[in-house]
Design a protein around this ligand. Structure first.
Ligand code: GLA
Ligand code: ZN
Length: 673
């Protein structure tokens, strides 16, 4: 299923009329229609109203909301409301609330608060979803299901402990295998009975914020939690399917969010949707990468931009306004990277509680005469005029970056070598280097076959710390068959249980890379070294410095003066079969990464464009037709070299190849002639 079936660019967002008296609803209909809003995401947090007590359900308000939206020609994304449990449930069944890492069982409050392994929560969650599906599943304008909301977090309660043991039995079949996988003879952790195993916990086996002595246990607990919540999703999905076989089902994801293995989740989702909330200082490249990751979850299929704020957030430290024109630019940035919908949180601003200062299409002023409303309305008009031409487009990429949640968890649980080593940061450094050249990137999982990777000239795997079974073999085959591959320091270190590959780093990738890494030095933040490429170009380097022995690879760069490993190789290339494997043994400054990428551009002749920081050129291809997106994410004007002649679908004007002026927050979607 693809979003193409939406037949238009969905333009709308979260709408919570149940928080308002009815007169307000009628007013909303009038105002929202003026903005060409065609969709409302409803019922996200209404469980307490839909089921006022254990015995009673009441759908009358929801019926009215749906009727009103239908009369006013809105498409509806119907949420299941299981993202926050009702207070009566927490009171009667304390087990539905989570227990935290500190061992404290929570009382009622907040949201995203249910223990995923509470039988009561699971039973009532399923029941609510089934009642909703039975009642509304056949409505023509219910075009998508939105299960729960932003799944995430952890629970460490006794029910979770029990289910963790079941999960372990399924994965390991015997306790001996668990002991082996977790290397439990360390600090006398050997287990003789399944019931001796507990979730990591501050009162038990704890190190740091949520880690334990046995990192293998912590990683497995994360896998288990991600699977447990996925099971909650699947429970609801399957029960909806009993009543509604057609409508696509999703839940809203959160980009590089750590808690859930989204590649695994996406397999169970009909559509990927996600919530984009960059801060005022989030790099444009980071937002672009997050979109690309969400597109990558379903192998390049378009995704839904389920939420963004029309202007302001409330939960960040500094909730800056989006500048005039910025919301439009960010909406198109999402589209340029694969979004087929533009949706907001939320349509009407709350008057009470924690989100009252969160921006909305209709603000506290309660009028259409606001800057934000006018900008929304003019985007609505523009999207209406744009029609369906952007829907379904795919991104043609010759470069892929591997993103892997097991690696994310394992790398960040590792005690040593450098506390500043963060997984997403390392991925982003490489992404940003390609982004600076406007080179299209696909974000891919670790488990693709050589054949699946063969469409890429280059696969980059920053800090591929954990190499799971089969991965080294497929990467080796990919390179032998003509692919090119880059890894960095802290790669090929551990197996899927976080046990080190004995025999020298980078373990199973050693032969492919043609290097042996004997040691890695950790640099404190005040320390920088320098490296020198063969052509004498220099770059800063820091964080980690590998000490490398060549085993067939050639040297591309060496450490410059200053340390005991000066003049030894730091970047190497191994030519094997029809391809090549590049090892980067340190964290390069941007100038070093740029140098590397420029070398690759010379080798591969990829489409790339020179633009000032924050001005992006991207492409989406549909039925052989290429749309070139220009997005200026900045408030500065610039003159750039534009690559193609064609018509700008937004302005209707011809754009000729060559120098063009780009205004602040300017956007073009040029259909190539
Ligand atoms: C999240 C949630 C919404 C809302 C917004 C506010 O994305 O899904 O319910 O709280 O944040 O930014
Ligand atoms: Zn629990």
């Amino acid at each position: 299923m693809e979003t193409k079936q939406f037949k238009r660019v969905l333009f709308g967002g979260d709408y919570n009329p149940e928080q308002w008296p009815k007169e307000v609803w009628y007013r909303d209909m009038q105002i929202l229609t003026k903005a060409d809003i065609n969709e409302a995401t409803i019922n996200v947090f209404s469980w307490a109203q839909l089921q006022p007590s254990e015995e009673r359900y009441n759908f009358s308000t929801l019926d009215e909301i749906i009727n009103l939206l239908t009369e006013n020609h809105f498409q509806i994304i119907l949420a299941t409301s299981t993202g926050a449990v009702p207070a009566w449930m927490a009171k009667r069944y304390p087990e539905v609330e989570r227990t935290d890492f500190q061992g404290r069982q929570h009382r009622f409050g907040g949201r995203h608060n249910a223990c995923p392994n509470s039988p009561i929560f699971r039973m009532y969650g399923r029941r609510l979803a089934s009642k909703l599906a039975e009642r509304y599943g056949q409505l023509e304008n219910v075009i998508c299901w939105h299960i729960s909301n932003e799944y995430g977090g952890q629970c460490y309660c006794d029910n979770c402990a029990k289910m963790f043991r079941v999960w372990l039995k399924r994965h390991y079949s015997s306790l001996d295998k668990v002991n082996e996988a977790w290397n439990t003879h360390f600090w006398g952790h050997t287990f003789y009975d399944w019931d001796e195993i507990f979730p990591p916990n501050e009162l038990g086996d704890a190190i740091g914020v949520d880690n334990s002595t046995i990192a293998g246990l912590s990683i497995d607990y994360r896998r288990f939690m991600s699977d447990s919540m996925l099971q909650n999703y699947v429970d609801e999905r399957d029960t909806i399917r009993e009543f509604d076989s057609k409508t696509p089902i999703t839940t809203n994801l959160m980009g590089t969010f750590k808690d859930l293995d989204y590649f695994k989740w996406a397999k169970e989702m009909d559509l990927v949707s996600w919530d984009n909330y960059p801060a005022y200082n989030t790099p444009y490249s980071f937002t672009a990468m997050s979109h690309d990751l969400m597109r990558g979850l379903k192998n390049g299929a378009p995704f839904m931009l389920m939420e963004q704020t029309p202007s302001q957030q409330n939960w960040q430290p500094f909730n800056s306004l989006k500048r005039p024109g910025q919301m439009r630019a960010m909406s198109y940035q999402a589209m340029a990277h694969g979004a087929d919908t533009i949706q907001y949180f939320q349509l009407r601003q709350s008057r009470g509680a924690t989100e009252k200062f969160h921006g909305a299409v209709i603000s506290h002023a309660d009028t259409d005469n606001t800057r934000v409303f006018k900008e929304t309305a003019s985007l609505g008009k523009e999207l209406e005029a744009l029609g369906t031409e952007t829907l379904g487009g795919r991104t043609p990429a010759k470069v892929a970056i591997i993103f892997d949640w097991d690696n994310y968890w394992a790398l960040e649980y590792a005690s040593g070598p450098n506390v500043l080593l963060k997984y997403v940061d390392q991925i982003h450094r490489y992404y940003a280097a390609f982004y600076r050249q406007n080179i299209a990137i696909d974000m891919i999982p670790t488990n693709l076959s050589a054949k699946q990777m063969s469409k890429y000239d280059l696969v980059v795997a920053p800090v591929l710390y954990m190499v799971k079974p089969g991965v080294a073999e497929q990467l080796t085959k990919y390179v032998n068959d003509g692919g090119n591959f880059i890894i960095t320091f802290m790669s090929g270190i551990v197996d899927e249980h976080d046990n080190v590959y004995i025999g020298g780093y980078p373990g199973p990738l050693r032969k492919l890379m043609g290097v042996w890494v004997e040691e890695f030095d950790a640099l404190p933040p005040e320390k920088n070294y320098q490296i020198k490429f063969n052509d004498q170009t220099t770059s800063r380097c820091n964080l980690i410095c590998d000490i490398i022995h060549l085993e067939g690879a050639e040297t591309l760069a060496t450490y410059d003066k200053g340390e005991f490993y000066q003049n030894t190789p730091v970047i190497t290339q191994n030519n094997i079969g029809a391809g090549s494997a590049i090892y980067v043994g340190t964290q390069l400054g941007d100038e070093g990464l740029d140098h590397l990428v420029k070398d690759l551009i010379n080798r591969f002749d990829w489409e790339h464009y020179k633009t000032p920081t924050g001005i992006e050129i991207t492409r989406r291809v549909n039925d052989g037709q290429t749309l070139y997106y220009l997005v200026n994410n900045t408030d500065e004007t610039a003159t750039i070299e534009w690559p193609v002649s064609g018509v700008d679908l937004l302005s209707g004007q011809e754009v000729a190849e060559g120098k063009i002026r780009v205004a602040a927050f300017d956007v073009k979607i040029v259909k190539k002639r």
